[in-house]
Design a protein around this ligand. Structure first.
Ligand SMILES: C[S@@+](CC[C@H](N)C(=O)[O-])C[C@H]1O[C@@H](n2cnc3c(N)ncnc32)[C@H](O)[C@@H]1O
Length: 276
């Protein structure tokens, strides 16, 4: 298990990330200038369809200001900051990658949201929270890095209140082997994809009932087609976070989606009253 997590940590190692971000963000003005979450969206929404996907997931999950939200695998914190700014809810993020957590905290200071949004380094398989702590758990483009899905979804159920919600937006296996490298794994060694049906078969027995279930592969394909048509990527972008090969990693994801090897799943579940 530790070996698998180390492989994933290596992939998201991002040495010197906060310093690189400081340099990249000079394009918006001096360090003391407050930034807004949408300004950072080309850089901090580390998943297919960027800000549009986070907006849709927040709407589907029915977020309200009084909710306490946990973002599992929070990356550099874009979804957490955007949802807190949009709904006024408290958001906690956890991520395996220390440089990502450090960067997430820095960016949250830059948007002036440190009172509502916080981040900790932790594994999704061992969440550092009491049972029944959160109203909503989000999981965006993280499950494909996790081999022990039974433990992942049970851990999410454990930290949710009964009747709380779990909203997931992830890459799923469709047909055939994916082309690597992809944004979450440079080789198959750290990629643990399941089909949409197999994902549901693990989530529901962990103590969940489906409220929404969508195949978003077509909108993902349309988004990638629009990106290609609009020329060079906007700056700053996720290349600052993942390095210069990010263009190739993203192109492979787009190819896997177009060829029907991979798909995109959006789903929202309600936590059942008794846990398994
Ligand atoms: C593709 S990024 C998505 C980040 C964020 N959810 C977003 O959409 O912007 C995947 C993230 O999952 C994190 N991750 C992968 N495996 C994890 C685990 N076992 N526990 C916690 N975080 C994990 C990685 O460190 C990385 O930040």
């Amino acid at each position: 298990m530790t070996d698998l997590l180390d492989g994933v940590r290596d992939h998201y190692r991002a040495t010197g990330l906060t310093e690189r971000l400081k340099t990249a963000l000079k394009t918006f003005g001096p360090e003391e200038l407050r930034l807004t979450p949408p300004q950072l969206a080309t850089l901090d929404q580390f998943h297919t369809r960027g800000l549009a996907a986070t907006t849709e997931l927040g709407r589907l999950a029915g977020i309200t200001a009084d909710m306490s939200v946990l973002d599992v695998g929070s990356g550099i914190g874009g979804p957490a900051r955007f949802l807190a700014a949009t709904y006024g809810c408290q958001v906690t993020g956890v991520d395996l990658s220390e440089p990502f957590v450090d960067a997430a905290r820095y960016l949250t200071e830059r948007t002036g949201q440190s009172e509502l949004v916080s981040f900790d380094t932790a594994s999704a398989l061992e969440l550092p929270f009491d049972d029944g702590h959160f109203d909503l758990v989000l999981l965006q483009h993280v499950a494909m890095n996790i081999s022990d899905r039974t433990r992942l979804y049970r851990e999410i159920r454990r930290v949710l209140k009964s009747g709380g919600k779990f909203a997931t937006f992830d890459v799923v296996l469709k047909s055939g082997d994916p082309h690597y490298p992809v944004p979450w794994a440079r080789t198959p060694a750290t990629s643990f994809l399941l089909t949409a049906a197999a994902t549901r078969e693990v989530i529901e027995p962990a103590g969940f009932r489906a409220l929404a279930w969508q195949d978003d592969s077509d909108s993902a394909n349309a988004w990638f087609a629009q990106l290609r048509a609009s020329g060079p990527p906007p700056s700053p972008n996720l290349g600052v976070v993942m390095g210069p090969d990010f263009v190739q990693l993203t192109a492979n994801l787009a190819r896997n989606l177009t060829e029907g090897r991979l798909g995109i799943l959006t789903a929202v579940f309600e936590a059942a009253s008794s846990r398994t």
